[in-house]
Ligand binder design. Sequence first.
Ligand SMILES: N=c1c2ncn([C@@H]3O[C@H](COP(=O)(O)OP(=O)(O)OP(=O)(O)O)[C@@H](O)[C@H]3O)c2ncn1[C@@H]1O[C@H](COP(=O)(O)O)[C@@H](O)[C@H]1O
Length: 104
Amino acid sequence: MIDELYTQAVARQKEPKAGSYTNYLFDKGLDKILKKVGEEATEVVIAAKNADKAEIANETADIFYHIAVMLAETGVTPADVQAVLDERNGKQSNVHDRPEIEAY
Ligand SMILES: N=c1c2ncn([C@@H]3O[C@H](COP(=O)(O)OP(=O)(O)OP(=O)(O)O)[C@@H](O)[C@H]3O)c2ncn1[C@@H]1O[C@H](COP(=O)(O)O)[C@@H](O)[C@H]1O
């Protein structure tokens, strides 16, 4: 999913297309892309809070797209992300072993 969106974003970087929303984001720059990532993340949260499945799917699609654009802009590939996931795969979380933070 992310691979395909990322490939499309990189293609737009290499060969800009008139009317492309992706090129609009690249032209505006990283701050604009990150603003959209933040906005879409908030919209995912609200959709999930409302338990609206269609809206959750819609907003999740939006954030995946904007994350793919962010990866292309920052030079991180889906393979880099996959490598992190592969490294974690099969390791058991140690959430229960974490000490409470009592003093700040
Ligand atoms: N998956 C997406 C995708 N998801 C969301 N969006 C766009 O993201 C925007 C987000 O909507 P908003 O209402 O939040 O934003 P806006 O008000 O239109 O824009 P801002 O002024 O806030 O930036 C919309 O314009 C959507 O069309 C996407 N635009 C493109 N893609 C994919 O990217 C490919 C290339 O698209 P272009 O670059 O437009 O050719 C497409 O074929 C799609 O596969």
